[in-house]
Structures are given as C-alpha cells and as structure tokens.
Write a protein that binds this ligand. Structure first.
Ligand code: HPA
Length: 276
C-alpha cells in the first residue's frame, strides 16, 4: 500500500459515509451472472462505486458496480454487485478496495461467490464450496503495510473458516442442494487458460479455475474478516472436455443452480450470525 492509496481509501470511506451510515455485518461478493441476488435482499440503501470518491469502477459488462445494503433475515448485509478484476488493468490493491471499505464499515464475514471453470466438478451449474485457494496474481498486500488494517505477514493457514464451512455444508444438506468442496485457483485472465495451464493447475491441487476471489480473500484475512466462498461452475475448464471456451454461457449455469445458490447463501447467513 502506498501513501496515496491509504489517502484514497480514507477518502472513499468518508465519501461512503456521507451517503449511508449502514454498518454491515456480512459482505456478500457476487460473481459474474450472480448479481441478481442483490435484488433479493431487503434493501435499505445503495451506493454506486462511481459515487464514491477514489473508488475504481468495474468495466465488465454484467457487473453493475454498486454496493447494495440491506437485510437477510435480521443480518445486516452489504452486497458487492460487481467486483473489480485484475484483468481490467487495475492493480491488486485497487481490486480489493471495495472489500477493505466494507471491512472498515464493519463487515466481520465475507461470503464470496464466483463463476469458475470446473476441474473436479466439470458439470455446468455444479456448486463448489471453496476450502482453500492458490493465487497466481500479485498479492494486494504488496507495498507499505497499513497497520490500522492488519499486520504485515498475515497467516493464510486456513483462510476459509472451517466452522462456517461446516454450517454451509449442513445447510446445503438440509436444503437438498448438492455442494462439493475444493481448491480455487486465480489466474489473471482475461484469456481463458490453455489445456496445459489447467493440467498444471490440477497438478498443483486446484479443483476450479477463475479470475477473481483469491486476492479479495487475502485482503479480508489481512483485516481479520472471516471468509466463506462458493464457486458456480459455468464450464468444464479448458481441456477437461473437448468443449471450446468461446461461448461460455454463464446464464445457463445460473439458470440451473443460481436459485439454489442464493437460497443456500441466504440460509447460511442466517445461521452464521451467532459466529460474527
Ligand atoms: N477459467 C477462468 N475463469 C472462468 C472460467 C474458466 O474456465 N469459467 C468462468 N470463469
């Protein structure tokens, strides 16, 4: 973090606070195609990234770029409808600014979702709870450490909270939702991986591939925010089947299991509230 970044983050926080005094307990990060979840919470306020001074703005179509604040049951939730991707040309530090802002605003748990290519579960619409990650992009913690947020060398032994993971698994079982578990790997994108890169990822222990999430999780853990995450598989990763990735249909995956994923996340959030 450079001095300018810290200034920008503080400015962004003040700017956010001039628009809402909502203090979320949970931050829900929505991946490609999953933005509609934001319309399902009991909304009390919303703030576009573009209204917040110093915030990067998502340039990806299908990523709206706003915070939606409201309730899931009686839990205060901030939804990040649209994330900032490394492949848009932003630095890792810029990509995690919304996560840091919501941490500063009070979030104690981050529930991340993403669209991913499947290695272990290649079926379109499969849901995988993320148990660990591998990051192939620069850490968002590079640069001067800002001790107000967290320490210089944060532990990454168990970035995804096991106790919360068990609750999510139990909730899925009760709801009759099939939920696998596995390791997510973040490539930079925006190109999809080659078959050899996916083979490498598999050898490294990865079960799903994508272009987000790991750096957000690093930033959250740096701040002591607990993390849970689910990947929605939109395609078999390159080379896992003969399917070419020139027409990945996120809408199909969302149509198949998006509703279930939303139900699972909302029910889990209600059950996790005593842990946060
Ligand atoms: N690779 C990387 N990111 C992705 C993929 C993939 O196969 N599918 C959806 N997001």
């Amino acid at each position: 973090m450079q001095a300018q970044y810290i200034t920008d983050l503080q400015k962004a926080y003040m700017s956010l606070r001039s628009k809402t005094d909502f203090c979320p307990q949970v931050l829900l990060v929505l991946g490609s195609g999953l933005g509609d979840f934001a319309n399902k919470i009991d909304k009390v306020a919303q703030v576009s990234y573009s209204e917040i001074e110093g915030m990067p703005v998502s340039t990806v179509s299908g990523h709206v770029g706003k915070f939606v604040f409201g309730y899931v049951g009686d839990v205060r939730v901030a939804v990040m409808q649209g994330r900032i991707h490394y492949y848009e040309g932003y630095t890792s530090q810029q990509c995690v600014m919304p996560v840091r802002l919501m941490g500063m605003a009070g979030a104690k748990l981050m529930f991340v979702t993403n669209a991913a290519g499947g290695i272990k579960y290649p079926e379109i619409g499969a849901l995988m709870r993320i148990t660990d990650h591998i990051s192939l992009v620069p850490s968002p913690l590079i640069g001067q450490n800002w001790d107000v947020l967290g320490k210089r060398f944060p532990d990454m032994t168990k970035p995804y909270d096991e106790q919360i993971g068990k609750i999510v698994d139990g909730t899925a079982k009760e709801l009759g939702i099939r939920l696998g578990t596995g390791v997510y790997i973040q490539f930079s994108g925006p190109n999809y991986e080659t078959a050899s890169e996916v083979a490498m990822a598999r050898t490294l222990g990865a079960d799903a591939v994508g272009m987000s999430t790991a750096i957000e999780v690093i930033a959250a853990r740096h701040m002591g925010i607990k993390v849970a995450g689910i990947s929605c598989i939109t395609n078999p990763a390159c080379g896992i089947t003969s399917m070419a990735l020139d027409n990945v249909d996120e809408a199909l995956a969302v149509e198949r299991t998006g509703g279930k994923m939303q139900e699972l996340i909302f029910e889990s959030i209600k059950r996790i509230k005593d842990l946060i």
